[in-house]
Write a protein that binds this ligand. Structure first.
Ligand SMILES: O=C[C@H](O)[C@H](O)[C@H](O)COP(=O)(O)O
Length: 220
């Protein structure tokens, strides 16, 4: 199986978690796009979705799925999203597609986070994938200096403006052995909107697409 087939395999397994009449939390990215596409046969059986990006909203609406404003929804069962890296504790790096802030918000409201990835994303220690940090534009250079002081090598993602009008710094050379601690530290820097470590709100279910089909792990 190639990487895309593995993403499809994980996405198809996640569709099994969708309950009738549900509102779904929907993430962003190529793996989630496969998940959205596979909602087609059941789209009339769900109430709708809460989306984490303009791109996913467009894709959902193009399929005729109603997209709710998060402020109009108290809570919902599942949030389905991909990741750039995930470790055995189900902490993740996210934000490769610059959607991290809205993803973190929508994920916070969901009862269960279902992470769908191909097997190249599963790692022992987070940090090989450069860590995305969304920053207020005027704070970019200050935040970059603070991230350098933490041992990282921040690189400005040129030309990228997030759905919230902000910039992204991708932090290279980090070996993230304590994800929850680093998440808190980086989030405390003035000018940081969100760091792409999802530790405080990690995944509850991990679905990995592999050569031998979907491997499902539930957090204990
Ligand atoms: O900002 C983007 C998101 O965090 C994505 O979920 C993440 O980058 C994984 O994307 P993909 O499924 O395209 O690898």
């Amino acid at each position: 199986m190639d990487q895309n087939q593995k993403k499809i395999c994980a996405a198809e397994e996640a569709v099994k978690y969708v309950k009738e009449n549900a509102v779904l939390g929907v993430g962003t990215g190529s793996t989630v796009n496969y998940f959205i596409d596979r909602l087609e046969p059941i789209k009339d059986k769900i109430k709708g979705a809460v989306s984490s990006s303009v791109a996913s909203t467009k894709r959902l609406e193009a399929m005729g799925i109603k997209v709710f404003d998060l402020n109009d929804v108290d809570s919902f069962d599942i949030y389905v999203d991909g990741a750039d890296e995930i470790n055995p504790e189900m902490d993740m790096i996210k934000g490769g597609g610059a959607a991290l802030t809205r993803e973190k918000i929508v994920a916070a409201v969901a009862r269960k986070f279902i992470c769908i990835v191909d097997d190249t994303k599963v790692v022992d220690v987070l940090g090989k994938f450069p860590l995305p940090v969304e920053v207020i534009p005027m704070a970019r250079e200050y935040v970059a200096r603070e991230l350098t002081a933490l041992g990282g090598r921040p690189v400005y993602r040129e030309g990228c403006v997030t759905d919230n009008g902000n910039h992204i710094l991708d932090v290279h050379d980090l070996k993230i052995t304590e994800p929850k601690k680093l998440e808190q530290t980086i989030n405390a820097i003035a000018g940081v909107v969100t760091v792409g470590i999802f530790g405080r709100r990690g995944a509850d279910v991990l679905i990995v697409g592999t050569d031998n089909g979907a491997k499902v792990t539930e957090k204990k």
